[in-house]
Ligand binder design. Structure first.
Ligand SMILES: Cc1cc2nc3c(=O)[nH]c(=O)nc-3n(C[C@H](O)[C@H](O)[C@H](O)COP(=O)(O)OP(=O)(O)OC[C@H]3O[C@@H](n4cnc5c(N)ncnc54)[C@H](O)[C@@H]3O)c2cc1C
Length: 438
């Protein structure tokens, strides 16, 4: 029987290799460290956590708690290793970083059917089945090969993301729906500023940027995606003539054009998630949390993603991937992890399980499968494979991705609990079919 190449021994690659090997299929797991390092990995361990040691909440009424529950139903290796290396962290699952990745490495080394090869993959062997899990810091040479495979315009190297919030957390008494100059349908939420509100927001934005110690004149940014705090340093009116320009927008409550306006654009099919238009930023998350709440209508905003500007290799999944995590143009090639446009440790890991098992099903000529949108895993896969490809940006797990319940539940905690109950039931049913007869 054919073997599978898993390229990249990070979070997704480790899960994928383990899932495949446990189905009795041989895996070559390629990891370029320690010979060739990334700018952030510190060790040669597999599944190294590059930053925080937290795998986030374990509470079942949170999106991260639900995701972990689904992963455990799907037989996650990383969760088993996290259990045996965890450190106290309240309701979160946090691990001793070093022990955790050592435990993953030891387990994979001892698992029959896995051969670990410490070498960089620079080209894909198209006669073999390949699962690409090389993450946000994919090596330069492989990046170039992937550019040839996917088309240069479909492989991103840099992430400049504006924050996103849930629609339900908006103060609807303050915002209004309209499109500029009434062109098309009224698809945008608009947050209108008075002069006083604008000045207050402006001063706080500048202050938090200076506090963070950024130099104003760094010419690091691409035109069209300048961080708002850098635009703001151009003068008090720079935002009013830039991302906060009010022209063509009339507030129906006053019948007037506001002093400045922030527009929010829908980001998901169901209209649960909205992005702050033109608000790419490198402010620290805590600062974003404080300053962006000064925007009228966003006082109680629930941020499902903060703005970031960093190196991040990811493909245009809506254009390139099937929901089975195969490349549309070559079904021998699977992708998993952050390179698909999911973001976060556990989000990356869970796609490794789905892609790994699907690669096995592919070899065994069994139908390929993926969980439905009622599950957090299925909702993430649905988002990355069906979003508008033109505006595609990476996403964390969040309840905004999951279709609403039939019954309307006002209490958020209770509602999320019900989402989770429904998702767990669906995951159990899915995993029975997905993992059987392998
Ligand atoms: C600086 C930084 C900080 C982050 N902090 C957090 C955080 O605190 N919390 C969080 O949830 N998420 C965080 N993330 C996001 C994300 O969760 C992690 O990057 C996560 O590790 C992604 O998992 P992955 O398996 O896709 O990639 P990785 O875990 O990065 O694994 C990819 C592996 O592929 C290897 N590789 C690359 N190219 C090749 C090649 N050509 N041949 C062979 N091997 C190769 C790499 O050495 C690496 O081991 C962070 C990301 C970055 C870049």
């Amino acid at each position: 029987m054919q073997q599978i190449n898993v390229i990249g021994g990070g979070l997704a690659g480790s899960e994928a290799a383990y899932a495949i090997a446990n189905c009795g299929v041989k895996v070559k797991l390629w990891e370029m460290r320690p010979n060739n390092n990334t700018p952030v990995h510190q060790t040669s361990n597999l599944a190294e956590l590059v930053c925080s040691n937290s795998l986030k909440s374990e509470l079942i009424d949170t999106s991260q708690g639900l995701l972990k529950k689904e992963m455990s139903i799907l037989g996650s290796l990383l969760l088993k290793c996290a259990e045996s290396t965890k450190v106290p962290a309240g309701s979160a699952l946090a691990v001793d970083r070093e022990l955790f990745s050592k435990e993953v490495t030891k387990t994979l080394e001892a698992t029959p059917n896995i051969e670990i090869i410490r070498d960089e993959v620079t080209e894909l062997d198209h006669n073999q089945i390949n699962l690409i899990c090389t993450g946000p810091l994919t090596s330069k040479t492989l990046h170039e090969s992937l550019q040839k495979l996917t088309g240069e315009e479909n492989l991103y190297f840099f992430d400049a993301v504006a924050p996103s919030i849930t629609a339900e957390s908006l103060d609807k008494t303050k915002v209004f729906k309209a499109s500029r100059y009434n062109k098309g349908t009224a698809d945008y939420y608009n947050c209108p500023f008075t002069e006083e509100e604008y000045n207050d927001f402006y001063q706080n934005l500048i202050k938090s940027d200076i506090k963070q110690g950024h130099s104003v004149d760094k010419k690091l940014y691409f035109s069209g995606c300048m961080p708002i705090e850098v635009i703001a340093h151009g003068g008090i009116d720079s935002l009013r003539y830039g991302p906060l320009r009010p022209v063509g927008l009339i507030d129906p409550r006053t019948g007037q054009q506001p002093y400045a306006v922030l527009q929010l654009r829908q980001e998901d099919r169901d209209g649960n998630i909205y992005g702050l238009v033109g608000f790419q930023t490198r402010l620290k998350w805590g600062e974003q949390d404080k300053v962006f709440r000064l925007i009228p209508g966003l006082e109680q905003a629930e941020f499902i993603r903060y703005g970031v500007m960093h190196r991040n290799t990811f493909i245009n999944s809506p254009k390139l991937l099937l929901p089975t995590l195969q490349l549309k143009q070559n079904e021998n090639i699977f992708f998993a992890g952050q390179i698909t446009g999911v973001e976060g440790y556990m989000e990356s890991a869970v796609t490794g399980i789905i892609a790994g098992i699907n690669a096995v099903r592919y070899i065994k000529k069994m139908p390929l499968m993926y969980p439905n949108r009622f599950t957090m895993t299925g909702a993430l896969i649905d988002f990355i494979t069906t979003s508008e490809s033109k505006d595609f940006q990476p996403i964390n797990a969040n309840f905004g991705l999951i279709p609403p319940l039939e019954e309307r539940i006002k209490n958020k905690k209770e509602r999320y609990k019900q989402y989770s109950n429904r998702a767990i039931k669906a995951t159990k049913k899915f995993s029975e079919l997905f993992l059987s007869n392998l």
